[in-house]
Design a protein around this ligand. Structure first.
Ligand SMILES: Nc1ncnc2c1ncn2[C@@H]1O[C@H](COP(=O)(O)OP(=O)(O)OP(=O)(O)O)[C@@H](O)[C@H]1O
Ligand SMILES: [Mg+2]
Length: 376
């Protein structure tokens, strides 16, 4: 069964008008479908990874959550007791899966030397993670929406918020918050931090709908990267500012982050979007307290958040000078429809496909790093 993608507008309408029993009726079917789709893909992970204790445990979380949801399959939608119990169970599911990134990283560590894993296995892990994290974002959003809206105790009565979606997002505030939080870590790490400059075009009086937390995560990751690049590229201590440009068009909102942090050579650009690729001298597991860089999943994760609601993040780099990183978002909540992984024949084919890169005189990854990454 395929998942049913929702747009932010539908989630808002649902949040404002739907009865708890209707929401329950939808979620008790939709959540297990989303979990089941990604659970099928575990089988395509390299055997070395599947056999690790951490991935074994991770799979058991999915199985447990799936089984817990199935118990509501025929439950009475109008029973108050069932509705309360459902809120409790799904909030437990969110808690159980909270350590997903850390657990996944542990699995990779347990797998042993990453260097000899092979190109196809690496491609498959990257493809899987992109889909696993997309599913996670979507499931968390649905669960958080439900609990914020119907588990009244937790619901702050701010009018522009519908669950965790804000129909009047204060973009400047989110940018400043993400910058300030990244700045704290940067200053702790380097005892210095570049300033922020911001220009905003076409936003006057415009109400922008988004999940503020998602945007915050993207900006936070991108600011950390730009800050590090700028500080490391300017050993004289004269740090050029990071410049942010926010533009609203009819169809898109673009947030451009420009830094003069030396850029990335084109040959390296594609690799930077892969998980665990870092040029940081220290490496950390995700969520390690106070870590500023070194996990190697900041960029791919930020891009997954953007793509989840039909946006994207691209990086244009000028080797020896700096980078422009652009976050594209849809301008209208009706256009922000979830992009969800579907497990089907096409997906299996992607995992099983051997690399066919012998139709040029150089390997595909050298041909055009960006194009070959897009194919992942
Ligand atoms: N603005 C930038 N300028 C120069 N290099 C960059 C920039 N953004 C990213 N990079 C390069 O891309 C790599 C990957 O970035 P990513 O955010 O995914 O991981 P990280 O910053 O190393 O670790 P973390 O996951 O903890 O953020 C970085 O290590 C860095 O080499
Ligand atoms: Mg980073």
């Amino acid at each position: 069964m395929n998942p049913t993608p929702l747009s932010l507008q539908r989630l808002i309408d649902f949040g404002k008008n739907a009865l708890e029993s209707n929401a329950f009726y939808f979620l008790r079917r939709e959540l297990p479908i989303r979990l089941a789709n990604i659970m099928q893909e575990f089988q395509y992970l390299p055997e070395r990874l599947i056999k690790t204790p951490s991935i074994h445990e991770l799979k058991s979380w999915y199985k447990k959550s799936f089984m817990e949801l199935l118990e509501f399959e025929t439950a009475d939608c109008y029973s108050m007791e069932n509705l309360r119990h459902f809120c409790h169970v799904i909030s437990g599911i969110n808690q159980r899966h909270a350590g997903l990134r850390r657990k996944m990283t542990q699995g990779i560590e347990e797998m042993g030397d990453k260097a000899d894993i092979g190109e196809i296995s690496e491609r498959n892990i990257h493809y899987f993670l992109t889909r696993l994290y997309t599913t996670r974002i979507s499931v968390r959003l649905l669960i958080t929406q439900h609990n914020l809206l119907f588990d009244k105790k937790k619901w702050p009565p701010e009018q522009t918020l519908v669950g965790s979606i804000d129909t009047a997002c204060d973009l400047v505030k989110i940018i400043n918050n993400a910058y300030d939080d990244a700045k704290i870590l940067c200053t702790k790490h380097f005892s210095a931090c570049p300033h922020l400059e911001m220009d905003i075009v076409n936003f006057h009086g415009y109400q922008f709908t988004y999940v503020p937390f998602h945007l915050y995560i993207m900006l936070f990751e991108l600011f950390k990267n730009s800050m590090r690049a700028v500080v490391e590229a300017h050993l004289d201590g004269k740090y050029p500012p990071i410049h942010v440009l926010v533009i609203r068009g009819n169809e898109n909102i673009c947030i451009k982050i420009q830094d003069k942090g030396g850029g990335i050579p084109r040959s390296q650009l594609g690799l930077m979007w892969k998980f665990w690729r870092t040029t940081s001298p220290e490496t950390y597991a995700p969520g390690t307290e106070g870590s500023f860089t070194g996990t190697g999943d900041g960029l791919p994760l930020a891009q997954i958040y953007a793509r989840y609601l039909q946006g994207n993040i691209i990086l244009a780099s000028y080797d020896g000078y700096g980078s422009d990183i652009i976050i594209y978002l849809k301008a209208s909540a009706s256009d922000m429809s979830e992009v969800l992984p579907v497990f089907n024949k096409e997906c299996s084919k992607r995992y099983l496909e051997a690399d066919i890169s012998h139709d040029w005189s150089v390997p595909r990854h050298l041909l055009n790093p960006l194009i070959s990454e897009e194919k992942l």
